[in-house]
Ligand binder design. Sequence first.
Ligand SMILES: Nc1ncnc2c1ncn2[C@@H]1O[C@H](COP(=O)(O)OP(=O)(O)O)[C@@H](O)[C@H]1O
Ligand SMILES: [Mg+2]
Length: 247
Amino acid sequence: MTSAIEIRDLIVSVDASEILHGVSLAVAPGKVHAVMGPNGSGKSTLLNAIAGNPMYQTTSGQVLLGDEDITFSPPDVRAKAGLFLAFQYPEAVPGVPVIQFLRQAMSARRGTDLSVLEVRIAMMEWMQRLGMDPSFAERYLNEGFSGGEKKRNEVLQMAMLDPQVAMLDETDSGLDVDAMKVVARGIEALRGSNADLAILIVTHYQRILDILEPDRVHVLVNGRVVDEGDASLARKLERKGYEQWRS
Ligand SMILES: Nc1ncnc2c1ncn2[C@@H]1O[C@H](COP(=O)(O)OP(=O)(O)O)[C@@H](O)[C@H]1O
Ligand SMILES: [Mg+2]
């Protein structure tokens, strides 16, 4: 079966210094894979390179979204094709309300102009599910958002864009256990509504993986995948850390 997303021997540089030295992985439709590793190992670089963030230069290797080679596609083309990345530290967009931002993003993804009313209706169910106040739709994107609001907003964006491949970069970091459960259940609800949704999640914590139950765990250290396994590998890492791979 064709993978939802496949990365082949990817080499990525930032400012002319090589960060990823040949990373390969493939996520089948409907599967959840976790990427774990110490700080600075290249996890965010990997997700940004897959999303086509221009700050990250792919010098060799391939990124396939389904059958499509998107290695050198611009980020908006990737997003329209169903690839989603929730940013770790989304920047504030002054003067743009959440609903306006979502209307633009959803219209681009669907290739048709949605009305404010259509977007509002689509948002309401999910905002309720994520425990967000309806007034949130009118707030300016990321301006004065608390940590929990930013994370919920990421999951809201993901739900609204209905991706084929969702990448989550530490969406659970800095959340209390209740907020983490809300976020995790939101992700589960989205999987329930799209059985083919493939998820690549970067996390440091077992607690969200207890809910999402990853099919595969990839360990990234110094820009290389040093180990792979099933969900038990994440539990082992929680106990033992990354010491065995540090040089
Ligand atoms: N935008 C950037 N500019 C300069 N260096 C970067 C940038 N993004 C990542 N790096 C460098 O790449 C390495 C990997 O970073 P990152 O991918 O953020 O790791 P992780 O997400 O695993 O903590 C680090 O040494 C970091 O300093
Ligand atoms: Mg990171």
